[in-house]
Structure formats: structure tokens, C-alpha cells
Design a protein around this ligand. Sequence first.
Ligand code: COA
Ligand code: AMP
Length: 630
Amino acid sequence: MGSAGDYTAAYARSVHDPVAFWGEAAQLVDWVEPPTTVVDDSNPPFYRWFSDGRLNTCFNAVDRHVEAGHGDRTALIYDSAVAEGSRSLTYRELRDEVALFAGVLASLGVSAGDRVIIYMPMVPEALIAMLATARLGAVHSVVFGGFAPNELAIRIDDATPTVVVSASCGIEGARVIEYKPMLDKALELAEHKPTATVILQRPQVHADMGFIDHDWVESMSAATPHDCVAVAATDPLYILYTSGTTGKPKGIVRDNGGHAVALTWSMPNIYGVNAGEVFWAASDVGWVVGHSYIVYAPLLAGATTVLYEGKPVGTPDAGAFWRVVAEHKVNALFTAPTAFRAIKKEDPNAELLAGHDISSLRTLFLAGERLDPETYHWASQHLNIPIVDNWWQTETGWPIAASPRGFDELPIKPGSPSLAMPGYIVDVLDETGQLLDASVDGNIAIKLPLPPGTLPTLWNDDQRYIDSYLSVFPGYYATGDGGNVDADGYIYVMGRTDDVINVAGHRLSTGSMEAVVATHPAVAECAVIGVLDALKGQVPRAFVVLKSGVEIDPSVLQAEVVAAIRDQIGPVAALKSVVVVPALPKTRSGKILRRTMRGIADGRPEAPPSTIDDISVLDRIRPLLEQSGE
Ligand code: COA
Ligand code: AMP
């Protein structure tokens, strides 16, 4: 692949002349009405990209490749390690299925602007449902299958969907997880009532169908294909809920125009992948990495995307990834560091690589959590290809920092996701908003306006968007991440500065876990913190103070709290340990010192703040914290 030249020059142009840079990138997309405005900055702090343009994202991801004569090219390879084998769809087949499912949704009353919730396992129909929603100019909201009915209900009430699309089951290793009873429970809990559901019956489980439920196959056979509906570039394409510091998830809004432009640009320029090549993001469509790099970006670029249902280990073994790469001649693989830590744990010398020809693989991209240098070196040594750490968030939708593969090769520094991507001006600030010197840790913030493709606001909540991200450091978007930038501009992201944790690349709120733990009748107060874990990066631990006079067997308490978390949030929360402590350390104003507790548990104690109420509390619980670390 040719190089787009010197990255530093491209970056400089993106920040000094964003109108020229993104105006040019906009030409990568097919518009129904091309935009004449690149960025509308008339209503700060809200910025809208390509505000007078009109387009359809599904047309750009699917139809235009067929119209350009590439209908026979493979769009999607579905490979399941746990279900009934593989299948692939050409761009023409994908267009036909998506158009038909758009017809199904339209017949159930979905039209432009309406919401559709998708609660599905990793099957092609999940992707078809997303694209079909986009085809109608409607707004999808995909909910990760590892969330419990209560979390699904919260999202149903916030997004108020017309239709919910789901399946009879997901498959987790050797276990079949029934989805339909969870959906039924969520619909019972939710105040908002969708008019219909569409259920994909999988061979493993037959779901009982009720009055509002429609069978996927039957609906498809009765449907007529629906064409693409043009929408404003600023209209929402999807809402993706992500964890914030409180129990209520944030509905991240993605627009159509900026998203299509940024993601189309990112494919050759950041990921070094072009039309006809094979890209595999081993994530889940329920997370942002899945939205952007399983579904939209590879298809917008006319590449082949691999949809893999299974885990990196255990299905059948830690060689699963190598088999998929070899069998489908994958050119670039994207996953979370935790997947590689899992493989390394099972197969430390990468012996399972032998017997798989993975010579097609040019690059490994890792994101979703901090890439620890040990995992970086292990992957680098055994794969012998560039390992590219990239840093981003559900909010941004595409990398804030990476080592862009479409340009002249740049040195990689282990531990750093490299340089800021176009349009992102990344600064490190102290608590008062003052710029810090190179290599000094502080709060990582990005200057406004953020580039195209990033969140324009939160769903139905402009004020929360301002309060959560924009009011902390005026003129900046606060990332919630801490770290530093070195003298060469390399960014080091060390971890969250808030109560969000990252468990196996899954973003979770300790605040929402605390809300559940606090409902246990024996618990007076509690703190949930993320402690270091060799496999998952971080895992949550609950520290609880019992109500006075209450006696309970600690193992019973733990079992009950763990069950409550699974029931209310879902298995993905992965809370396994509950520790009873005599008291929780607090500041004089009553704020629990979670950060200090985390530091002790992780073996890097810091001096307690001078505002601490009672230093002896910290000393009393120190051994319990130390034991709760790795
Ligand atoms: N539907 C239902 N349950 C799900 C689920 C889904 N889609 N996804 C996860 N779960 C369940 C798991 O079965 C597990 O349940 P258990 O406690 O009963 O065993 C629980 O949620 C925790 O899942 P997870 O954190 O994924 O742990 P794991 O032990 O099953 O697997 C890894 C660990 C590291 C192998 C796995 O997390 C992984 O491959 N992660 C890397 C890739 C990735 O998904 N990244 C996301 C962002 S890029
Ligand atoms: P999510 O919104 O689920 O993608 O999670 C975003 C968070 O994951 C970020 O705010 C970071 O804390 C963390 N993260 C993602 N990628 C990286 C990375 N490459 N290095 C360090 N942290 C990362």
C-alpha cells in the first residue's frame, strides 16, 4: 500500500486548516446533497459537522460498492467457533438482506428518526439490523448481550424504541444464554412499550413468542425491500450507551455525516486497510469498537469484515485467533489487550501458532484499555509485525491517538498509543486547568471543537453533555483519562481519573455497582473500586461496612452481593469479591477516598490527602486493601 506521506504535515494541516482538511476528506463519501459548510460553529459549545449535507450511511457502507461494480466482493465473513460454522455475504447479498430487513422494520412502523434497540449476539443479523435501521434514516441503539434485563430496561426507557430486535439466544463458550426471557423481563420492567419485536430463532433454543413478537425468517419472507432514505448529516445514526460515574448510562449520540467521513478516512490512513482487504475486529457489536470497526468503517471502505462469535481462548483453544486469521487471510486484526493476555496465559510460548499460516497479517491493533508493555512485547515477539496501540472512547468513535499506518512509518514507544490523530489537539492540564509540562501527569483534555465523528451531544440531554465533559476545563472536552504527553508528542494514557473502570476491555461504572451493593440489607455503606488484574486489566472489588449489630457470614454476604450485581447489571460486571471493612476512609466533607484505596490495593500507595477525616481508618483497612490486590 502507498504511503500518504509525512504524518506530521497532515496533522498540522488538520489543526491549522480543519475546513480544508475535512472538506477534502468529505469527498470520500457519497452525498445526496454535498455539504457547503464544513463545521458549523455558530452555537458553541455545540459544533456540527457538514451541517447542510444530506446522505445515507447504509448507502455508503453497502449500496455504493454494488453500484460501483463490486457487488461480488465479500462484505462479511461470519465465523462462529461456538455455533453452526461460517458463512459469508457479498456486498450484493448484504444489500439485498439489509434492504429486506429495512422493509420489515418499515412495515412495523419504523421511519426516519425513530429508534430501534438491538439486543443480539454476534451473528450477521445483528449487523443487518444495524444497517437496515440506518437505511431508513432511523436510529439504532445496540445493547451488549452481557447486560442484565434491568440495564436493558433503562436503555429502552431512555431511547424509547419503536421496535426491539433480538435473538433466541447467545452462546458463551459451552453455555447457551437465553436472550428472549431477558428481553421479556426488560420489557416488563420498562415503562416505555415498543410496538413490536423481531426475534431471530437460533437452532440452539426456540424462544416462546408473544403477541408483539415477530419471527425474523417469516418477516423477511413477507417483506418488500426498502430503499435508502437520505437524512441530514447532523441527524443521529445511533445512540450507544456507555458507563459514566453515576448509575444512569450516558447515551452517546453519533451523527451520520461526520461519522461517515471520519471512519472512511480512518480505514486506509490509520488502519492501513483498503477496499478488498480483510479486516477483523475481534470485539462485540455491543461496544464502540464493534460499531466502528466490525460494522461501519470496513464496509464504508469497501473492505471485508470478519464477524467472529467466540472467545480468544477455550473455543476450542488459545489458537482460535490464529485459525481465523489463516482461514480468512486476515490483513489486520484489532482487539483488546486482554484478549492477548488470555492467549498468553494459556499458551505462553505461542506454540499454537505453528500449523497456522498467518502470513497475511500485516498489523495488530490493540485498544480499549491500557496496553501494558509486557503484552506489547509478547505480541511483537511472536507475531513479528507492528503492534499498534490506539486510544479512544465510546464518545469519540475513532482513535484520538495511534500510529497511523497509512503514512510513513513512525517509531513506536511501548506504553504509548503514539500521536494525536487529525483534528484532536490533546493537552494535559492540572486541576486548575493550567497546561502541564511535557511528561508530567495530569488530566488529558482535547480542545474544542472535536473532529468529525465524535459525539455532538448526549441523547436528549444537552445539559449533561456540558456538565460531564465541557464544564470541567472551559474550551476543552475532558476525557476522564489521566496521563501525559512527552516531548515528542507521544501520549501516555495511564487510567481513568473518575469512577469508571475497564474490565477485560469493557467499560463499567463503579457508581452503578455501589448503588446495587448498597441495597443489601446488611450493608451500611460501601465503595467499589477497580483493582489491577493480570488477565482483565482491572476487576471490581466491593468494600462494605456492615450496619451496626448485623451479623452475617462473609461468604453468604459475598454470594448475595455477587448475585445481586449479576441480576441488576449483568455477568459482564464481573464482581467476584466483597470485603467487609470496619470503616471507609473519607475526606472531611464525607467523600470516600476511592483513589487512595485503589492506590494501596494496586501496590502504589500515595500520601493520603490532607483533607482526610481520620487517618487511622486508612491504617485499619490497609491490610485488607493490600490483600485484595493481585
Ligand atoms: N452475552 C452474555 N453473557 C456475556 C456476554 C454476552 N455477549 N459477554 C460476556 N458475558 C459473560 C461471560 O460469559 C462471563 O460470565 P461468567 O461470569 O458467568 O463466566 C461474564 O460475562 C464476564 O465476561 P468476560 O469479562 O468477557 O470474561 P470471560 O472470562 O468470559 O472472558 C476474555 C475473558 C479476556 C477472554 C474476554 O473478555 C475477551 O476476549 N475480551 C477481549 C475482547 C473484547 O471483547 N473486547 C471488548 C472491547 S474491544
Ligand atoms: P470505551 O468507551 O469503552 O471505549 O472505553 C474508553 C476508555 O478505555 C478510555 O477512556 C480509556 O480509559 C480506556 N482506553 C481505551 N483505549 C486505551 C488505550 N489504548 N490505552 C489506555 N487506555 C485506553
